[in-house]
Design a protein around this ligand. Sequence first.
Ligand code: GLA
Length: 397
Amino acid sequence: MRTDFLKAEFEAKFGTYPQGRLFFAPGRVNLIGEHTDYNGGHVFPCALDIGTYGVARKRDDKSCRLYSMNFPETGIIEVDISAIEQSDEYKWANYPLGVLKTFMCDLDKVQGVSNATPVSDITGFDLLLYGNIPNGSGLSSSASVEVLTGFIIKTLFDVEVDNKDLSLIGQYSENHFNGVNCGIMDQFAIAMGKKDHAIFLDTATLKYEYAPLDLGDSTLVIGCTNKQRGLADSAYNERSSECEKALQYLEATSLGALTPEQFENLKERIPDEILIKRARHAVCENDRTMRALNSLKQGDIAAFGNLMNESHISLRDDYEVTGAELDAIVEAAWQQPGVLGARMTGAGFGGCSINLVEKDAVEAFIENVGKIYREKIGYMADFYVVNAGDGPREIED
Ligand code: GLA
């Protein structure tokens, strides 16, 4: 992507001197392992080659000025960094501000971070953001902004944190500043992204391995329903507390620690059908994710695709986070020739599907699924052929 317009836009908003520095953090897509990360299970996402760009420069006072080219109507948001509080008025800017506040006040509270000393000597900075991930699409535009902001703060102010720390800081800030009890998957996938690889992560221990994304004659196609996630945050928090309740009856360390067989033997202890369904999804999805890693390693792409299909069915019937739009786009995909697997990706309730499609069939796939979706839902879906990309970085001129 050409990036020269970003620095020009930065100078137009914030003045020319000294020059801003250009940074990038990717978005992410999850291949399989959905709603397992806050249940101590495995996830299997990859970073993308689309994401968020940021132009930034230090200031010598305590003022932070933020502007997003994706939300020009919000204008420049200016905040005194010695007194940062979450505010609905700040809208999108709550994501970078939450990360900044975490660095300054809460590093000692972020579990697992290698540098636990809050950084008190940060001055303000100017930051312009531009994202080419569709907003609210379930490709983690917010986690991308969080990791990008962390990477910028680390670089501008020489803070000794590594990329894994940046993911923990991003998650902490999303949990505590923005009030979403998300797991670690999005921030980890983004901070630790590696070109042409997916990341198999055990969220209970943060042990991970990179799996080469060798998909044979197939490729990944994202289908964006253009249905914004809307009220998803409250539904998300509801699912995570349902899983917590189910776990209390099971007396296990986590749902991710149970095999499907163990769960079948224990499930009678849960007195509520809905809680049984939620827990069954978390347990079986974790099992599918581990099998998906093996299928990929063995080059069995068809088996990988089948696991994706099973994942969608479980998210639809047991976890109930799909909705008419995601079901329409995925069910249309299943009918197409050359499709090995298709499922919703991310939190659900809207956002995107991820499809494993034979390269020769991609063109017809996009046309046919697009047509069926428009007829059923009444508006268009968008499609992107994507590649796995690297984590956050500075882009030198
Ligand atoms: C959102 C959250 C993640 C994860 C997914 C569902 O993207 O931020 O932590 O829970 O939903 O798998």
